[in-house]
Design a protein around this ligand. Structure first.
Ligand SMILES: C[S@@+](CC[C@H](N)C(=O)[O-])C[C@H]1O[C@@H](n2cnc3c(N)ncnc32)[C@H](O)[C@@H]1O
Length: 258
């Protein structure tokens, strides 16, 4: 099946912010409880060690996503800046309170394809690369290469029946986990249980995300020509029956001594 850039509602500028925030708050709790991205921690740690960086610049952070729980698995000196085109302020505040001094949520909008120069560090993007069409995704990676910054993308969405079947169950996860979300209020209660707009929205966007997911060969094509002798890419996919992690890691190559 070819990649299809199906319309995710959360991406649309007209999507009401409280609805988008409810979706990204769910994704944060799901990533944390589901632990499906925990295997990214050693990969990220390796990139941090090889680059000598202690700062992470997280792109498309949503509600903090997988990064918040991964940070707890990384050395204490590692800190992170959360960024998003539509910053989820309540989630950023909750993340800062949870990891004081280690997490800062940037309140100004940051477009992942045009990261401000002052944000330096290992760029991460969890479950959001699929939001970008190939040209924009390539621009995002090219910017990291041009600025000599490491880049790590991790995705679980895929055009694979087992993955799509798993993601299709997501409304049950929304119903089960909603009260655990930071910012869960009467609005979210009403649109989660009596009128299930939020579970439906998360389901729709989840299915569209799968159709938009990049395969390993597509990622190889995406970065073709961007690597040079000072910057290399590693693309891999974990094993798994239902959810697999596809990762794209780009990093500057340090000259070896001698
Ligand atoms: C799937 S959601 C959240 C992903 C989050 N990293 C996680 O793990 O839960 C994708 C996020 O990408 C953001 N986004 C979409 N287009 C963007 C862009 N051009 N620049 C920055 N963020 C963007 C959306 O606002 C949304 O919060």
């Amino acid at each position: 099946m070819r990649r299809l850039h199906a319309p995710e509602i959360e991406d649309e500028p007209w999507c009401p912010r409280p609805l988008r925030d409810a979706c990204t708050a769910f994704l944060q709790v799901a990533a944390e409880r589901g632990r499906f991205l925990h295997q990214a921690a050693p990969v990220l740690q390796g990139v941090l060690e090889r680059s000598g960086e202690t700062k992470v610049v997280d792109l498309c952070s949503g509600g903090g996503g997988a990064l918040l729980s991964l940070l707890e698995r990384l050395p204490r000196e590692v800190s992170a800046t959360l960024t998003d085109l539509y910053p989820n302020e309540a989630a950023f505040r909750a993340a800062e309170l949870r990891a004081p001094g280690r997490v800062h949520g940037r309140r100004a909008s940051v477009d992942a394809t045009d990261v401000p120069d002052e944000l330096r560090g290992v760029r991460t993007i969890f479950n959001a690369l699929h939001h970008f069409r190939p040209e924009a995704a390539r621009r995002m990676v090219a910017d990291a290469v041009a600025k000599g910054q490491p880049f790590c993308a991790f995705e679980v969405v895929e055009r694979r029946p087992q993955t799509m079947l798993t993601i299709s169950m997501v409304p049950f996860a929304v119903w089960a986990s909603a009260p655990l979300q930071p910012g869960f209020d009467l609005f979210r209660f009403l649109l989660t249980y009596p009128v299930p707009v939020i579970p439906a929205l998360v389901w729709w966007d989840g299915m569209c995300s799968c159709l938009r997911g990049y395969s390993v060969p597509e990622l190889e094509e995406l970065v073709a020509g961007l690597a040079h002798e000072g910057y290399r890419f590693t693309i891999s996919q974990s094993r798994g029956v239902f959810l697999r992690v596809t990762s794209l890691v780009g990093e500057p190559v340090r000259p070896t001594a001698g």
